[in-house]
Design a protein around this ligand. Structure first.
Ligand SMILES: *Cc1c(COP(=O)(O)O)cnc(C)c1O
Length: 960
């Protein structure tokens, strides 16, 4: 692979570059140079030594041959052409919406936004943090609750999170009661979670009051699944009197017109922000939200943006209460949410910024008016509109004729909700036109009369009177020019993959190719309702089946489910499959889950949510699983052993030689093996977890398979299983699983409200696999190993590499140990991370999985020049640490501790630092040509946590 290419001759022009040539950063001559530095004759030799022979795949992956970019787009056009768009009036939590083109192109389709990482390094993330803070403010204002998070995965799982929150904090330990008029997919997801954790959920019609007995928490939907608008104040009061907490799942758009949950006394509000400009996407990705009243903020799942100040006292945003993050809390974590839906929350927030409170209210009014017109027209037909009070959805009774009418509507191009044999649901949204209303009325033999009663159907006692979104940010960006510049201003503050490598260990921040992204906003993919009739979704199902099969081949498992919409949800689905399997064999007692101490925090949190008990297995001195401890724990828990969760290659960036042995020992004791596949970028084409001992794995398509990270989501966390676990894969939350399902059909616990979770971004991974082919994918893996070993080898004399395999090689990432330097000089891993900003880099992973270290994962996509730029920056920083070591400067007065440096600080007349300005700003010559200035200096996180502010601060804070 590293052989130099023959010089092109006039007779035989050089072959056109393949896509793999574009995806992989180093040219073949660069790879040769990197191998020379490492002392290996070829890439094959390096790979042979790095990957243990005992797990090495001895054949090429069986995948269709690689397509060119043109061919892949043609294929995607063909597949999209098998979907059929319709006027989507199914509702049930998913509504058509107009994504303003300025937001579609400049957020959803802009790499400045979609290639960004989760804002853990806040100094280089002020733009996206502001956008997420706007999202939180919008949600707080509309729900009239005190604190909202920066998104959750989908509405159904957000309600499940709310139920768990109520159970943790409610005084009363009784059952959870869910109103019968809650979305059916939500009820299915909550029931699944409750079943795993062993608590009772009762579904009851709360319009007639609360049932007797102890109640921990109550869930209401507003408007109800039936479209009915009800005044919940009495139920909320009754619940409070009984010591129960109350969650309202509320439609954000309707809250511009109706009383907010917080004003009715709710403790928690959850729901979806999808209809704020996010396409239907066949079910996701969409941002869910959660808001809570004061006092519950420390239990809030997901990420929370807060306001703090930087080293100069200037206001600055950062993620608040980070000690709550699941990688610190582990089995004490209250939620496993890591990747959420940041990009979609940003789209929704910008939609609200663009429309402002009056614009949103106008959209809600028009939507309501369309529903009123339809109800008025239907009054003259045999269709009975069941509820007098509604917002956008009519429940229509047509005894015995529901199918007949729905079929007729479908033939006319309208999808209605088929509730049961007698009942239909018809939902309006911002795209519904008077012509649509007339046509749907026509299906029922009714006509829209000009003089019909068009009075609103929102009861007077539910009228919203309180103001919302009064902050100036919601009135300043109404022209397209202003909006465009606001988006550009924010993204210019941030470092994303479009400006620098993001060498984050465990996160695989690789190329998100433009061609992979292109098809996701095509209407034939984007405008499909998740519950559309199967005849309209053939293209989607072809793409999904295809991707499932290819991922099964890549991983060596038998079946794959694409339902989980993040890695954490894949873990939960996989562990629930293990649980289901044990129970199907009468092994109810098998609940112990062994997890190595180095595991990602989501592992332990997911195990707890799957009703398991975590037992930690220690790490040996070489970073591998401690064999003695493992054997002891297996023996101690053999009778109750459910599973082990291991990450391979390990979170220490090492291929452990004995992984087969570990799997065999666990199997011999009757346990199942869960292999966390977040590090699959080190394995694709070289080894298969399903072959070397795994029973189940989740993958992160937003890592290995090129879905962009979006600043903290979307993600897709498919779960791949061996055949014996296939019957326990997640089922469809929108369908009652019946016993006459075909054997082997997925009938396990659903983890998302729609069957294919974040379906809308699956064309990205499908395209990546199709473009690369077996050879390209394997070459990418080899180059990922090469890049990591190149960086490790060049840096280890400056920062020792903590763990390597038996050959002295790392896998696809390496841990740089700062602890000896910290002990000697006081310079910390955090100082290095912040100083890297002055050099124009996003920091590596900080203090995971080992505190006081940096974990570097360069990926195959970075070319040699960028790898060297990073290495040079790290070596220069080491020089700065050396000057502290030699006593030339104190750590406090060094550029390390003062980093990062803003332009404001550097240009100020009174420069008081102990080192020259030039050293602060341009420590390397090359920076003179390409310099990033962070907008804020180092941020004081503790200050922000003590003075928690999680909504837009007064604008003056930034303007004086
Ligand atoms: C990223 C990661 C996860 C969690 O994935 P999310 O999509 O963020 O939920 C789990 N395990 C490991 C090792 C990871 O790196």
């Amino acid at each position: 692979m590293n052989a130099s290419l023959p010089a092109p001759s006039a007779a035989s022009p050089a072959p056109a570059a393949t896509f793999a040539d574009r995806h992989i950063g180093p040219r073949s001559s660069d790879a040769g140079q990197m191998l020379e530095v490492l002392g290996y004759p070829s890439l094959e030799r390096l790979v042979d030594l790095a990957v243990p022979a005992s797990i090495r795949l001895d054949r090429a992956l069986n995948l269709p041959s690689a397509l060119s970019e043109t061919e892949v787009l043609a294929q995607l056009r063909r597949i999209a052409g098998r979907n059929r768009t319709a006027v989507q009036m199914i509702g049930q939590g998913y509504f058509d919406t107009v994504t303003p083109p300025v937001i579609r192109r400049n957020v959803l389709e802009s790499p400045a936004w979609y290639t960004a990482y989760t804002p853990y390094q806040p100094e280089i993330s002020q733009g996206r943090l502001e956008a997420l803070l706007n999202f939180q403010t919008i949600v707080q204002d509309l729900t009239a609750l005190d604190i909202a998070n920066a998104s959750l995965l989908d509405e159904a799982s957000a309600v499940a999170e709310a139920v768990l929150l109520m159970r943790r904090s409610g005084k009363n330990k009784g059952r959870t009661v869910i109103d019968a008029d809650t979305l059916p997919q939500t009820i299915a997801v909550v029931r699944g979670r409750a079943e795993a954790l062993g608590f009772d959920v009762e579904i009851a019609d709360l319009s007639t009051g609360l049932p007797d007995g102890d109640i921990n928490g109550v869930v209401l939907q507003q408007p109800g699944a039936s479209g009915a608008l009800r005044n919940h104040a009495a139920v909320v009061d009754a619940a409070k009197e009984r010591g129960a907490l109350v969650t309202v799942a509320a439609d954000l758009l309707s809250l511009t017109l109706i009383t907010a949950p917080g004003e009715q006394g709710a403790d928690i509000a959850v729901g979806s922000a999808q209809r704020f400009g996010v396409p239907l996407f066949f079910g996701g990705p969409h941002a869910a939200y959660m808001a809570v009243r004061k006092g519950l903020e420390r239990m809030l799942p997901g990420r929370l943006v807060g306001v703090s100040k930087d080293a100069d006292g200037a206001p600055a945003y950062r993620l608040a209460l980070q000690t709550r993050e699941q990688h610190i809390r582990r089995e004490k974590a209250t939620s496993n949410i890591c990747t959420a839906q940041a990009l979609l929350a940003i789209v929704a927030s910008m939609y609200a910024v663009y429309h402002g409170p009056e614009g949103l209210t106008a959209i809600a009014r028009t939507t309501h008016q369309r529903a009123v017109e339809l109800a008025a027209a239907l009054a003259g037909s045999e269709a009975e509109v069941v509820h007098a009070a509604f917002f956008d959805t009519l429940l229509v009774r047509v005894p015995g004729k529901a199918s007949q009418y729905a079929d007729a509507a479908e033939a006319a191009g309208f999808n209605l909700r088929r509730v049961d044999a007698d009942t239909l649901g018809i939902s309006c949204d911002e795209t519904t036109t008077p012509e649509h209303v007339a046509a749907v009325a026509g299906v029922f033999g009714a006509t829209v009369e000009a003089d019909a009663d068009r009075a609103e159907r929102i009861p007077a006692d539910l009228h919203r009177t309180s103001p919302f979104m009064t902050h100036p940010v919601f009135s300043r960006h109404r022209s397209e020019t202003a909006m465009l510049r606001y988006l550009r201003k924010l993204s210019d503050k941030d470092l994303a993959l479009d400006r620098t490598m993001i060498p984050l260990g465990s996160c695989t921040m690789k190329l998100n190719a433009t061609v992979e992204m292109e098809s996701i906003s095509w209407p034939e993919f984007a405008s499909i309702h998740p519950y559309a009739p199967e005849s309209q979704t053939e293209g989607w199902r072809e793409l999904i089946t295809d991707l499932e099969e290819r991922l099964a081949e890549i991983t060596g498992y038998d079946r794959v489910s694409l339902q989980p919409n993040a890695g954490s949800q894949g873990e939960l689905a996989g562990l629930l499959a293990i649980r289901g399997y044990h129970r199907s064999r009468g092994d109810e007692n098998r609940t112990i889950c062994l997890i190595p101490s180095s595991a990602h925090g989501t592992n332990a949190a997911s195990a707890v949510l799957a009703g398991m008990k975590v037992v930690v297995v220690g790490t040996a001195a070489n970073g591998n699983i401690d064999h003695d401890d493992l054997l002891a724990k297996i023996e101690q828990h053999a009778a109750n052993l459910s599973a082990i969760m291991i990450t391979y290659p390990s979170t220490h960036g090492v291929f452990e030689e004995d992984v087969r042995w570990v799997c065999e020992k666990v199997h011999a004791a009757g346990g199942q093996v869960y292999i966390d596949g977040a590090n699959l970028n080190a394995l694709v084409g070289l080894a298969q977890p399903g072959e070397f001992g795994g029973d189940v794995s989740h993958l992160n398509l937003h890592k290995t398979f090129c879905i962009p990270h979006g600043g903290g989501g979307p993600g897709v966390g498919p779960v791949a299983v061996a055949a014996h676990l296939a019957p326990f894969l997640p089922g469809d939350a929108n369908r009652d699983v019946t016993t006459d399902d075909a054997p082997g059909a997925e009938s396990g616990t659903p983890v998302s409200g729609s069957m294919y979770g974040s379906a809308g971004v699956l064309p990205i991974s499908w395209a990546y696999v199709a473009l690369m082919g077996a050879e390209g994918l394997t070459s990418a893996t080899a180059h990922a190993l090469l890049a990591a070993n190149y960086v490790a080898s060049r840096l280890t004399e400056h920062f020792p590499v903590l763990y390597t395999g038996v050959q002295g090689l790392v896998a696809h990432e390496c841990i740089l140990d700062l602890r000896p330097l910290t002990a000697a000089t006081g310079a910390t891993a955090e100082d290095v991370a912040k100083r890297l900003i002055d050099y124009g880099f996003h920091a590596p992973t900080l203090s995971f999985p080992v505190a006081g270290t940096l974990m570097v994962e360069p990926t195959e996509s970075e070319d040699l020049a960028e790898l060297d730029r990073f290495v040079d920056a790290m070596i220069a920083i080491k020089g700065e640490i050396d000057r502290v070591a030699s006593g030339e400067s104190s750590i406090e007065e060094s550029p390390l501790r003062q980093a990062p440096h803003t332009a404001q600080l550097l240009i100020a007349d009174d420069w008081t630092q102990a080192y020259p300005r030039e050293l602060a700003a341009y420590p390397l010559r090359s920076l003179r040509h390409d310099k990033y200035f962070p907008p804020v200096r180092r941020i004081d996180g503790a200050h922000g946590d003590r003075n928690l502010i999680c909504s837009c601060p007064p604008i003056e804070a930034f303007e004086d």
